[in-house]
Write a protein that binds this ligand. Structure first.
Ligand SMILES: Cc1cc2nc3c(=O)[nH]c(=O)nc-3n(C[C@H](O)[C@H](O)[C@H](O)COP(=O)(O)O)c2cc1C
Length: 270
């Protein structure tokens, strides 16, 4: 694929992946491109753990689903992230950022505007939405043939110090290399972050993966090949909308937004 096509097609996979194992050749390639990323003073602070063991994946899937259910039913998830949720195309057009929940089960649709009120939370809980979502998340993770744990060397990652910023930046570059390469290989990838939202759950994954004290587990992803027909989960969002260059690019000083480039970034239909 042309490089720019890969870049433009990159996206997050919310739906299922094929259960087929990811070939060793492709796993090697993903790790090669990760290792080619830039890093401060060539420190290469990243470490990766590839997980194909079904029991481990099942256990992480259960942790992820249960974490989602808990963070959604106790309201912490919505409280933390409500500035990013959009429930209409108009809202999405206006903000040009965040996640548009364009797919909700029918019984929920009339209540979307109340989703973040105490009443909405009660309603969602009484309809067992957090359980439905958690179960779906568990299935998605469990159905993934490959998980990727991303770790940072703690001698580089020292929160509060510049080295911490540098190592995070480097890890981001390594992950972007992996992410782009999944597009070339016909694969999908998704962050599994709910276990980070619930106290104690991340530690369970750290223990399962045998992460040593000198490393910090920063992220876990699920990966696999994409099915031809990409089925969307019962509750799903799109986030292909992007800000216009005039909203994020300035010329000479930050007082002057870039003019004349806004036709460069039409919304990508995923
Ligand atoms: C630091 C970071 C954390 C993210 N966390 C999650 C996540 O927990 N679950 C998820 O499905 N996507 C996650 N994403 C993906 C973003 O939601 C996604 O990149 C964004 O909505 C734009 O959509 P796109 O990747 O399809 O272009 C994360 C991305 C980044 C960079």
């Amino acid at each position: 694929m042309e490089f720019l096509d890969v870049l433009r097609r990159r996206k997050t996979t919310n739906g299922p992946l094929l259960p087929d194992p990811v070939s060793e050749e492709h796993q090697r390639l993903l790790m090669e491109v990760a290792g080619r990323a830039p890093s401060q003073l060539n420190s290469q602070p990243w470490r990766f753990v590839l997980v194909e063991n079904r029991d481990t994946i099942e256990t992480i899937a259960r942790i992820s689903g249960a974490s989602m259910t808990e963070a959604m039913s106790n309201g912490t998830f919505f409280e933390r992230y409500k500035p990013y949720f959009r429930f209409s195309k108009e809202q999405m057009e206006r903000t040009r950022s965040g996640m548009l929940f364009d797919r909700l089960p029918a019984p929920l649709r009339p209540f979307t505007s109340q989703a973040f009120t105490p009443r909405g939370q009660k309603l969602m809980n009484s309809l067992r939405v957090p359980q439905t979502l958690g179960a779906e998340n568990r299935k998605l993770v469990a159905g993934s043939p490959l998980l990727l744990g991303v770790m940072l060397d703690r001698s580089e990652y020292r929160p509060g110090e510049l080295s911490s910023f540098y190592s995070l930046f480097s890890m981001g570059a390594a992950m972007e290399n992996v992410w782009l390469t999944t597009v070339e290989l016909g694969m999908g990838i998704q962050f599994i972050s709910f276990p980070m939202e619930v106290p104690g759950q991340w530690d369970r994954i750290v223990a399962l993966l045998g992460v040593p004290d000198e490393l910090e587990l920063m992220a876990v992803y699920r990966l696999g090949y994409l099915p031809q027909e990409q089925r969307r989960p019962a509750i799903d969002w799109t986030s292909s909308q992007r800000k216009l260059p005039s909203q994020y690019v300035f010329r000479e000083t930050c007082a002057t937004p870039q003019a004349g480039w806004d036709d460069l970034l039409p919304p990508t239909e995923h």
